[in-house]
Design a binder for this molecule. Structure first.
Ligand code: FAD
Length: 338
């Protein structure tokens, strides 16, 4: 498939896009040509995207499709579906990604990790992704499975996201994304080594990068020049996770070793576990964070939605009303891509 010409907005390029959103995912199929995410980012500024995970239960899957139905009118540039540590959540990635693409007409990226997979199995999964009509893959190494502390290269498998990106590029024509770490990946010996490795991911075929969640924009602004100095010239989209439950976010941050700044932690602690108040503060904080990032010229925001609509809908509504990207510097060299 040929990508759209540069400058052609992807929404207008979708020949069969329907405005009559079906009430249920079971009704209404979309047969529009797919568009690669690197092209979407290049032609849609800012590009807002939403990340979902494959639920473990039928009820959870229905809840996810309801979330997508609520978020679709916000016209995300794309959405993505994570790849789990095993079992049903893995199989769910391709199935749910294909359903979102087919039945909601939203460009979707399937995540894929190297954990526990042989090269043959990776090739099979990539074939399934292709047959599901998807053109976009986030190439990851993945975290060690629960109970294990270190990533082990599977026998006959791959050892890193850079290897996976190269493996995919040699065999398939997906638009590839990769993950990056403004706080520096916990396994990296330091910033320079981490961005040097990130460069190999881009050399392996990653056409855009999405960051790990962070709460302090200054960490991102300080890290970005190092990535650009390492020769990484692809778009880098900040990943933002609105806090909807402080206890849950604390657990996440412990796992991925992301820092919650002291003033934010103190403000959350002061709410004494009132989840409604945590959600309100979480939305206000993330909206402020996104405003600042967009005003600095980032190419978009990737929302970690946790399969829930309200926080993302509120924040994106506020951003679209205030349009901070219109105040971005004309040539925000380090922040925007190349
Ligand atoms: C946007 C995003 C989406 C994610 N989605 C998922 C998902 O769907 N499923 C899931 O399981 N996890 C997911 N993760 C988590 C991710 O898998 C973990 O953060 C994991 O620890 C690293 O994955 P990676 O692909 O970045 O690994 P890699 O980039 O391969 O490696 C992680 C780090 O280890 C170091 N490293 C690795 N190999 C080398 C080498 N050869 N030489 C030098 N340094 C090296 C580098 O510092 C590198 O940054 C996601 C993370 C992000 C940011």
């Amino acid at each position: 498939m040929q990508p759209p010409e540069r400058g052609v907005h992807w929404l207008t390029w979708h020949g069969h896009r329907r405005s009559d959103l079906p009430g249920s995912h079971a009704s209404g199929l979309y047969h529009s040509a797919t568009v690669r995410i690197d092209e979407i980012i290049a032609t849609t500024r800012p590009c807002f995207s939403f990340e979902f995970f494959p639920p473990r239960t039928e009820e959870g899957v229905e809840g996810l499709y309801e979330t997508i139905r609520v978020l679709k009118p916000l016209e995300p540039g794309f959405v993505s579906v994570t790849y789990g540590a095993g079992g049903a959540t893995r199989e769910g990635t391709v199935e749910i990604s294909g359903t979102i693409r087919r039945e909601y007409g939203i460009e979707t990226m399937a995540h894929l990790s190297c954990v526990g997979e042989t090269r043959d199995r990776l090739a099979e999964i990539l074939g399934e992704i292709e047959r599901a009509g998807l053109e976009n893959v986030l190439a990851l190494r993945g975290d060690p499975p629960r109970g294990e502390t270190e990533f082990q290269q599977p026998e006959g498998g791959l050892s890193s996201s850079a290897e996976l990106a190269a493996f995919i590029s040699e065999r398939f024509d997906f638009a590839l994304g990769g993950a990056c770490f403004p706080e520096v990946h916990p396994e990296a010996v330091g910033l320079e080594a981490d961005v040097a490795f990130l460069r190999t991911k881009v050399d392996g075929g990653a056409r855009f990068l999405i960051t790990q969640l962070f709460f302090d924009n200054q960490v991102f602004f300080d890290w970005l020049p190092a990535a650009r100095r390492a020769g990484i010239d692809v778009p880098i989209i900040p990943g933002v996770m609105p806090i909807t439950s402080y206890a849950q976010i604390k657990r996440f941050c412990e796992i991925c070793q992301a820092t919650i700044p002291d003033p934010l932690a103190e403000a959350m602690e002061a709410l004494g576990g009132d989840e409604a108040a945590e959600l309100e503060l979480g939305i206000a904080y993330a909206a402020r964070q996104c405003h600042e990032l967009l005003a600095a010229g980032v190419p978009g925001i990737h929302f970690y939605t946790l399969n829930k609509a309200p926080a993302t809908r509120a924040i994106l509504g506020s951003l679209r009303a205030a349009r901070p990207w219109e105040r971005a510097p004309a040539q925000p060299a380090a922040v925007s891509a190349s």
